[in-house]
Design a protein around this ligand. Structure first.
Ligand code: GDP
Length: 304
């Protein structure tokens, strides 16, 4: 099964339950087993899948339902609620995962993700979003691997009217990141409070990339590390996210390209792998096309 079909598999399992002549314990179990299989095949952790099963059964409790109550609707709602739960609060400590204004001056947010995931675009969107909320963001380009990365960030940043730092000649990403972060932190006249560091994604998962992320993180001590994923990555989401999580302390996920056809089924796996919540979704190529994550419409679309 391809992960992009996760939503479809869950919808099919629910549909079979809806089509059953009588909804009894067996039909409910079959439905939940089918959903569990789809989640497990998408690399969602076993413990989360087991909790989903237990919670749905607890919330539905077929034997207690009075005759005439719409069991099908109640089951559908219980599954929907559990999927929302799985996406919403994977660590139980969501408050610690997003920068809080005024908490600490010059908070540093480091973006990681594979090349092409939408990371550089999302960095500017994130800066622009926070600028409109009263923050004073600045951007640092620590991607020395991809030719053109600095120009891309520079152009995007200029459009968003956000100061940026980078170098055409320096090849050491750690040096650039440290210099950029220091420069913005020490800029007394502007008091930047949100320093966003774009990093290299290279073209695939490779040891050198993760080592670079580890060194960068050690050098700039980010307050938050954001993992950016492409909404269409499907089954590779878990391993991709896990590989980053093993090198740096990923604390949040942003799903880019949700405006395409992808339903974002890989998101559940990325959330499970990083134990971090989704904070935004990207809905287009433009700087203002970033939306705060809203779990219900997301799950509705996943199942739609
Ligand atoms: P990076 O290599 O991870 O830094 O990826 P980029 O930011 O360069 O993005 C790769 C491509 O995806 C570019 O053409 C972006 O314009 C595009 N992109 C990024 N985010 C979105 C999004 O939310 N929606 C759409 N449609 N395209 C996006």
């Amino acid at each position: 099964m391809v992960l992009a079909e996760l939503g479809g598999s869950i919808s099919r399992a629910l549909q079979q339950m809806i089509n059953a002549t009588v909804v009894d314990e067996k039909v409910l179990n079959d439905c939940l087993n089918e959903i569990s299989r789809a989640l497990l095949q998408s690399d969602v952790q076993f413990s989360l899948v087991r909790d989903m099963q237990i919670n749905v059964k607890k919330n539905v409790n077929l034997s207690d339902l009075a005759a005439g109550q719409n069991k099908r609707k109640i089951i559908q709602q219980a599954v929907f609620d559990q999927l929302c739960q799985m996406l919403q609060d994977p660590s139980g400590k969501p408050d610690q995962l997003v920068p809080k204004k005024g908490k600490k001056p010059g908070q540093v947010v480091m973006f990681v993700g594979l090349q092409g995931s939408g990371k550089t675009t999302t960095c500017t969107k994130y800066a622009y979003y926070h600028k409109n909320k009263g923050w004073k963001p600045a951007l640092v380009c620590a991607d020395t691997f991809r030719a053109g990365a600095f120009d891309q960030l520079k152009q995007n940043a200029a459009k968003a009217k956000v100061p940026f730092y980078g170098s055409y000649t320096e090849t050491d990403p750690v040096k650039i990141a440290v210099e950029g972060v220091e420069r913005f932190k020490n800029d007394q006249s502007n008091s930047f409070d949100l320093i966003i560091v774009d990093t290299s994604g290279r073209h695939k998962q490779e040891a050198a990339l993760f080592e670079e992320m580890r060194q960068l993180s050690e050098a700039i001590s980010p307050d938050l590390v954001v993992f950016v994923m492409d909404a269409s990555i499907g089954q590779s989401a878990f391993h991709q996210a896990q590989a980053f999580k093993q090198s740096v302390a990923v604390g949040a996920v942003i799903v880019a390209k949700m405006d395409g056809h992808a339903k974002g089924g890989g998101t559940l796996s990325a959330v499970a792998a990083t134990k971090s919540p989704v904070i935004f979704i990207g809905t287009g190529e433009h700087t203002d096309q970033l939306e705060a994550f809203d779990v219900k419409p997301f799950v509705r679309r996943l199942l739609g």
